[in-house]
Design a protein around this ligand. Structure first.
Ligand SMILES: *[C@@H]1O[C@H](CO)[C@@H](O)[C@H](O)[C@H]1NC(C)=O
Ligand SMILES: *[C@@H]1O[C@H](CO)[C@@H](O)[C@H](O)[C@H]1NC(C)=O
Ligand SMILES: *[C@@H]1O[C@H](CO)[C@@H](O)[C@H](O)[C@H]1NC(C)=O
Ligand SMILES: *[C@@H]1O[C@H](CO)[C@@H](O)[C@H](O)[C@H]1NC(C)=O
Ligand SMILES: *[C@@H]1O[C@H](CO)[C@@H](O)[C@H](O)[C@H]1NC(C)=O
Length: 944
């Protein structure tokens, strides 16, 4: 897991600290008993056995015939067929087929088979398999025929990196079974033993079209353990084994792959450093790997020697020692024998090389390198040092939350593909919600993969890397009947998901539904791939933008090409003219003329989220402003901190945001657990210094607080205490001239990060209470996972909600009422808030893993435009494009009370982003960025 270390470096739990001393005691007892046993054995051996022992000390005379025969069986198994996915025969049965499942005939689909081929036609799902693909297909009368009317049919998506079901939703201390953190070397633990088949995540993830997942242990340990591949189809038996991809296969007869997880770099060393135990460095990590592999290698050698001795002595004469075995090394020996697929979590290029070096020293194969943030720089090492094609399982754009993840590049997927390194995209659920795996793929497409490579990265490539390329990840004859029907490849949610031929959701396209024949969904064939030529980034001071389709100025003003030719003229950073009838200036040579090809223009996007300007690497104290410490920094007025005092311009995150048209950042002080965190700042993301172009928009945007379990601390260990602190602080200062007094009287808002419906209700009451005392609290709810349940009350009391993230998940106990969207729920929370006229903003997506000690940013400011697009598309026409754009621009400005001039008015400083198409289309690119604290206008920005 990506963030495995964060909660332990900051707050080691007391029992973890005590662990070494318990271990020492155990070690002492163990050693003493060993010495005792040894002496006894020695005496016994010397007196009784030695005279008769033929060769060596460790050869006891005679083992039972049964033990001997068992050893020989094991030798035969070692020699027998290896797991095989190269089988080219078309499969005729799916071991997971459920008798009684009806045959399905899909008519008129656009079939994308996952291997880069597109077929217009029909598919038959029968006996749990893809039974036929072609034109004008039909089956017997029993079959259910569904006309999908030119919608896409793709293979079920395959996620090769998930921690779902070993960390369940809602997150509870009791259900986190991802890392056995008592020893950095636990190759012997198995995810299969911890998977909770009733985890609600399984359904939610399947609703995103994910049909198969590799569930693996986390990355706190060097050798995390064994993974397990499940289909995302809950079973009546509630059996984990029945969910397994190999359910009903006699794995003794039909050898199948095993999957191992290992990790290197920061996560293991940071955790064990906090426990004062090896490894605390990469030095220690590599040593431990070698030590374990050497021991596994020795065991394998002993087994091989035993087997050849047994083979030689087959004429009835049985060996007198047992077949050598050690359960601790069993999975590693399987790896050395080539029976297991190894998945390694690494980030730094040199960590990757270390793992490859060790794999060569000990002759094992690395199947997939996961994350490998900057490995796009070492494609040579990955490609040339090893014989197999290592798959890289990566994120398209997450980065920056820790040192080893800072050197990411959005170009990485394309670089790998060009180097003929297979690319898989994965969720690392719950780090990103696996339900949105297709969105990860869409982003990789935006940054350069082509359509075929993109789909392959979430279907056939991971399927092959799992050793399951003969069963899943393709729509080909004889493959498991796992398919997804989608409206379009890169938008919103699947219409239907079939696993082993069984429909998973009761939608209009499902055989479960009575609406099947009605086909209310409109035909919608998206336009073909946008021509994506490489461009060179440059700057200018004056531009004329023509051929614009739409300009969104603010809530009440927009221009459309329907009215006539609309254009924007910017002279030295100032809007000279905007709209229709702009006269083209005579001195044309001093302008760069940009044809927007019917693109859209919006005001600069506002990023409401953690860390921008305060931290480049949030978990590195040196590279961040630091975390509010509630113990040494009680929330007294004089201790309130101001983000403005820690602001730092420049850096990778701000640059990336600026280039994505995110021109304003609103950032609160970083805090771990403090209920009242401080005062936020609003500033221009492109600014280079405080003395240039007046980069500060507001020093005192709002007072921020956070309530809920993730923010409990030793001083205030209860949610009730957090709420009481906020109430007392406000009431005490109501008449004071300090910052809290200003908040209580409504000069600036109070923004509370909260998800629970009940906690939100309490805050609504607090607002009313303060009003009754003569105050005027401008309360804003941030987070707001369950806010839709109080939509009416929020609207009545004029309390806006900044959804953060925009697609919340029921990951917290206090956020279980999240609506996860189609095809599970009809609506989402944001739809309901919208219908009830609650003012809505969308904040930057955050780390979605239980939000342990603080809110972590992943550099997802760049996604804001697509987050808005998702909300609009997924609302089935309820939320217009314009309103969704408002969620990341003018609504936020209004909610936060930002006093900044509109950057799309004649005479004002230009502050806008222009796209070469509709920004909600994933293939559209940013064409122009103007403003954001820079006088230069950026053309064709290129993301790192
Ligand atoms: C994807 O594959 C199809 C079918 O092989 C091909 O026609 C199409 O050109 C490919 N697309 C790209 C972008 O390579
Ligand atoms: C390395 O392992 C493979 C099996 O995975 C085996 O075929 C090969 O002989 C081994 N090479 C050496 C040098 O041991
Ligand atoms: C690696 O992939 C290439 C195609 O990119 C293929 O030709 C080659 O056979 C593969 N090698 C192995 C060992 O699978
Ligand atoms: C379909 O309609 C029938 C008859 O109207 C009804 O009995 C049945 O429950 C419906 N099934 C579903 C899944 O709605
Ligand atoms: C734009 O110009 C056209 C024709 O010259 C004129 O009819 C129209 O009124 C003008 N519109 C505005 C808003 O000036």
């Amino acid at each position: 897991m990506e963030i495995a270390m964060t909660h332990t470096i900051e707050y080691p739990q007391p029992w973890l600290i005590r662990l070494p001393s318990i271990l020492k005691l155990k070690k002492f007892l163990l050693i003493t008993s060993f010495i005792g046993a040894f002496i006894t054995l020695f005496i016994f051996y010397d007196l009784r056995i030695a005279p008769y022992a033929p060769y060596k000390y460790n050869h006891f005379i005679g083992i039972s015939e049964e033990a001997y025969r068992n050893g020989v069986i094991k030798c035969n198994m070692i020699k027998s067929n290896k797991p095989n996915n190269e089988d080219t025969n078309i499969r005729t049965s799916n071991p997971r087929f459920v008798p009684g499942t009806k045959t399905i005939v899909f008519k008129n689909g656009i079939i994308l088979n996952g291997k880069g081929e597109k077929i217009l036609g029909d598919i038959i799902l029968k006996n749990g398999l893809i039974h036929a693909i072609g034109q004008n297909l039909s089956d017997d009368n029993e079959a259910i025929v569904i006309d999908v009317k030119k919608k896409y049919i793709t293979p079920g998506l395959v996620d090769m990196h998930s921690h779902a079901a070993v960390t369940t939703w809602p997150s509870l201390t009791a259900t986190d079974d991802s890392n056995e953190i008592t020893n950095p070397l636990t190759p012997y633990v198995r995810a299969q033993d911890a998977i909770n088949p009733s985890d609600p995540q399984i359904r939610i993830i399947a609703s995103g079209g994910i049909t198969t997942s590799l569930i693996i242990p986390g990355s706190s340990n060097l050798m995390g353990g064994e993974g397990y591949v499940i289909k995302m189809r809950p079973v009546d038996t509630l059996s984990v084994d029945d969910m397994g991809i190999n359910a009903n296969i006699d794995t003794k007869k039909e050898r199948s792959w095993r999957w191992l997880k290992m990790a290197c770099g920061e996560n293991p060393k940071m955790l064990y450093k906090s426990l004062k135990q090896i490894p605390t460095t990469r030095l220690g990590e590599a040593w431990l790997f070698r030590k374990m592999f050497a021991e596994a290698q020795a065991l394998k050698q002993k087994q091989d020697d035993w087997c050849s001795a047994a083979a030689k002595s087959s004429n009835g004469e049985q060996l007198n020692s047992y077949f050598p075995e050690d359960l601790q090394f069993e999975s590693l020996v399987a790896l050395l024998r080539g029976d297991a697929k190894l998945n390694v979590h690494c980030h730094e290029s040199y960590d990757t090389e270390t793992m490859i070096r060790i794999s060569l020293e000990f002759n094992f194969t690395i199947t997939a390198l996961h994350h490998v943030t900057n490995a796009y720089k070492i494609t040579g090492i990955i490609k040339k040092r090893v014989k197999n094609n290592i798959t890289v399982a990566i994120f398209p754009d997450l980065y920056g939350h820790k040192k080893e993840a800072i050197e990411a590049s959005t170009k990485a997927p394309k670089i790998f593909v060009d180097a003929q390194i297979p690319v898989a995209l994965k969720s690392d659920h719950p780090i990103t919600n696996a339900q949105n795996l297709a969105f990860q793929a869409a982003k990789a497409y935006h940054y350069g993969l082509d359509e075929n490579q993109t789909l392959a990265a979430i279907t056939s490539v991971p399927a092959k890397a799992l050793g399951l390329g003969h069963r899943i990840g393709q729509i080909s004859l004889g493959y498991d009947a796992d398919v997804v029907v989608m409206q379009c490849i890169h938008c919103a949610t699947p219409l239907e998901v079939y696993i082993d031929g069984i429909p998973q959701f009761n939608t209009s396209l499902s055989v479960l539904s009575n609406e099947t024949s009605k086909q209310s969904l409109s035909d919608n064939i998206p336009k073909s791939d946008f021509a994506r030529k490489p461009v060179k980034s440059r700057t200018t001071s004056s531009v004329i933008l023509k051929n614009i389709d739409r300009i969104y100025v603010d809530k009440n003003h927009s221009y459309s090409s329907v009215e006539g030719n609309i254009s924007i003229i910017v002279k030295d950073g100032i809007i000279e003219c905007i709209g229709i009838n702009c006269t083209i200036p005579s001195n044309l040579s001093s302008y760069e003329i940009i044809d927007l090809n019917g693109g859209h223009v919006l005001p600069g996007i506002i990023a409401f989220g953690p860390a921008l300007g305060l931290a480049e690497i949030e978990v590195e104290s040196y590279a961040s402003d630091g975390q509010v410490d509630p113990i040494n920094n009680p929330n007294d007025v004089e201790n309130i901190i101001y983000a403005v005092d820690g602001l730092k311009f420049g850096g990778k995150h701000l640059e990336a945001a600026y280039k994505a048209g995110v021109l304003t950042a609103v950032t609160a002080p970083l805090s771990s657990k403090s209920a009242i965190t401080g005062v936020s700042i609003a500033f221009k993301t492109g600014a280079r210094s405080i003395f240039n172009n007046e980069p500060i928009i507001s020093e005192n945007v709002a007072l921020h607080a956070k309530i809920g379990t993730p923010y409990k601390d030793d001083r205030i260990p209860t949610v009730s205490g957090q709420i009481s602190l906020i109430r007392r602080t406000l009431i005490k200062n109501l008449a004071q001239q300090n910052i809290i007094g200003r908040v209580a009287r409504g000069d600036i808002p109070l923004i509370v990060y909260v998800d629970s419906k009940d906690e939100i209700a309490t805050l609504i009451k607090l607002k009313i209470h303060i009003k009754n005392l003569g105050g005027n609290l401008k309360l804003v709810i941030a987070g707001g996972a369950e806010a839709h349940m109080l939509a009416i009350e929020l609207a009545e009391n004029e309390i806006p909600v900044i959804l953060n993230p925009s697609r919340p998940t029921p990951r917290l106990w206090t956020a279980q009422h999240v609506l996860t969207g189609a095809p599970i729920t009809n609506k989402t929370g944001i739809d309901i808030l919208y219908e009830n006229n609650v003012k809505i903003g969308i904040g930057v997506d955050l780390l979605s893993e239980g939000r342990r000690s603080y809110l972590l940013g992943f550099g997802l400011e760049r996604d804001l435009i697509w987050d808005a697009g998702w909300v609009s598309r997924n609302s089935k026409g309820l939320i217009s494009q314009k309103d969704a754009i408002g969620f990341i621009t003018w609504n936020l400005k209004e909610i936060l009370g930002l006093k900044m001039r509109n950057g799309l008015l004649r005479g004002s400083i230009a502050n806008f982003v222009a796209y070469n198409g509709n920004p909600f289309d994933i293939s559209t690119k940013v064409k122009i960025v103007a403003g954001g604290g820079r006088s230069d206008i950026l053309i064709d920005p290129e993301q790192d």
